[in-house]
Design a protein around this ligand. Structure first.
Ligand SMILES: *[C@@H]1O[C@H](CO)[C@@H](O)[C@H](O)[C@H]1NC(C)=O
Ligand SMILES: *[C@@H]1O[C@H](CO)[C@@H](O)[C@H](O)[C@H]1NC(C)=O
Ligand SMILES: *[C@@H]1O[C@H](CO)[C@@H](O)[C@H](O)[C@H]1NC(C)=O
Length: 458
């Protein structure tokens, strides 16, 4: 029913026809958008002040390395290649057995957070690449309970993150994160998780606010890049200071800043969504086909779901067109899409206590909002539509929406800045403190996204 509704009203004005529940979510997101504008404009998450080369990790490792090296080398060699179908054809019984009994598929999206005493693999001291806005511990967040939870899928097991296993997979490979600031958040979580095992080095950066960066793990000839593209397709971003309140998104043009790099990439993690909630004008074939939050423009107001769906579907189709068809067994590229990561504002974004919770929601305690559910569903369906469309490419959904929805305790809140209640965050002068209830503290729940990514890649 919802599908029909959205289909029918995709690019028409249906604000007045919104079901009550949808309207409420819609309105809430209009408010949240204001918070976003502020974050993304005024707190564009500048690069860490620390040198990006994780010198401390390197020093510590020098001592341990001498004795560990021999073992590590063995341990870190790439695994033997998986048995090929050719082996089956040739009647290799062992290979046939392995191919015939694949591990049971696991639905990582359905589960609950359970207490876990193990400390995180990294922290604000040990990892040099934590973005300032997400370094909650260093900024004085007093509680640490949010570190001690692990996601337990209902049907199966999600292994703890293994930097060794991930680096083994990444050996001689290039992994790219593409998207908005949540893609960056996930990329930076991965960099810290991997840096707990092997030093990382910034080898390239480009663009304002370091929107395009490439990191190397030399020991493994492994590369991780972070590429900015908040709509996946081509767009010109709002510029509030210049009086441009809307993003302009071109649904029929691709963003070559990342698309053109895909040929050199073995796996890409795409993560977008939140920018579609901002005021935006959507163009297709030279016409305006959708407009969100457009009261001040002479365009028909629509929602953003249809535009989001178009952007994701067209992007995956283009990736398949350009890069499908190649690759034998074991050489396929992976394109994973992280599903929508919900925000947890409970009040005004610039009043204290905007996301005050100190522990995860229990199962059933917090359902998914309409907007979050729609954004998630769009990605899952786009992946399903693209899956199997071409050889040489494997599309996958990193379905984190439900597990992220249950973590109101994992956001920086006021600790996006140092000592927020001691003058650090009171820049507005009236004691108001900006809160980030969108991105994730590091370490924090976003590390679980990468636990699932590891299982998806191998
Ligand atoms: C941070 O991590 C390092 C290295 O694992 C550890 O030695 C240190 O105790 C941690 N610091 C805190 C505050 O947890
Ligand atoms: C290093 O990795 C890249 C892919 O990122 C690959 O093209 C290259 O051949 C690798 N170099 C060696 C020496 O294996
Ligand atoms: C607004 O749209 C209407 C209907 O298409 C048109 O007649 C009018 O000229 C437009 N106004 C402006 C300022 O573009």
């Amino acid at each position: 029913m919802v599908t029909n509704f959205l289909h029918k009203y995709q690019f028409q004005n249906h604000q007045l026809a919104l079901p009550k529940k949808q309207f409420v979510t819609y309105a809430v997101y209009a408010l949240i958008a204001v918070a976003f504008l502020h974050f993304l404009l005024f707190y564009p998450a500048p690069a860490s002040e620390k040198p990006v080369v994780a010198a401390r990790v390197q020093e510590e490792e020098v001592a341990a390395a001498v004795s560990a090296r021999v073992n590590a080398r063995e341990q870190l060699l790439p695994p033997p290649p998986p048995p090929r179908r050719r082996d089956v054809a040739l009647g290799n019984p062992q290979a046939m057995e392995e191919v015939a009994v694949p591990p049971p598929p696991c639905d990582y999206s359905d589960g609950e957070w359970v207490p876990d005493a193990r400390p995180p693999l990294y922290n604000g001291t040990s990892c040099g690449t934590i973005k300032d806005g997400q370094n909650c511990m260093a900024h004085g967040r007093p509680d640490t309970g949010y570190h001690y939870w692990r996601w337990r899928p209902r049907q199966c097991d999600l292994p703890a993150f293994s930097p060794e296993a991930f680096l083994r997979w990444l050996h001689n490979k290039h992994l790219a994160f593409v998207g908005d600031s949540l893609a960056r958040n996930q990329a930076e979580s991965l960099l810290c998780l991997l840096a707990s095992r092997s030093p990382t080095e910034l080898v390239h950066r480009d663009g304002e606010e370091n929107r395009f960066r490439r990191f190397a793990f030399r020991e493994f000839n492994a590369t991780v890049s972070v590429l900015w593209s908040p709509f996946l397709v081509k767009a010109t971003e709002k510029a509030e200071r210049a009086g441009v309140r809307h993003n302009h998104v071109f649904l029929d043009a691709f963003d070559e800043r990342w698309m053109s790099q895909l040929g050199a990439v073995d796996a890409a993690v795409l993560s977008v969504g939140h920018w579609f909630l901002l005021p935006g004008v959507y163009h297709d074939g030279g016409r305006v086909v959708a407009c969100h939050d457009c009261a001040d423009l002479n365009h028909t107001e629509t929602d953003f779901f249809g535009a989001f769906r178009d952007a994701v579907h067209r992007t995956l189709a283009e990736v398949a067109r350009r890069h499908g068809g190649g690759g034998g067994a074991g050489e396929e590229k992976v394109v994973a899409l992280t599903t929508f990561s919900p925000a947890h504002f409970e009040g005004d974004w610039d009043k204290s206590g905007a996301c005050p919770k100190k522990r995860p929601y229990r199962p059933g305690e917090k359902g998914l909002g309409y907007t979050e559910a729609e954004m998630r569903r769009t990605v899952v369906e786009a992946v399903r539509a693209a899956a199997g469309s071409v050889s040489g490419l494997r599309f996958a959904a990193l379905d984190v929406t439900a597990l992220a929805n249950l973590r109101p305790d994992g956001h920086p809140g006021p600790y996006m800045r140092k000592d927020p209640f001691g003058g650090g965050g009171g820049e507005t002068g009236d004691g108001r403190v900006p809160n980030d209830c969108v991105h994730w503290c590091m370490p924090g729940p976003v590390d679980t996204f990468n636990e699932i990514l590891l299982q998806t890649l191998r």
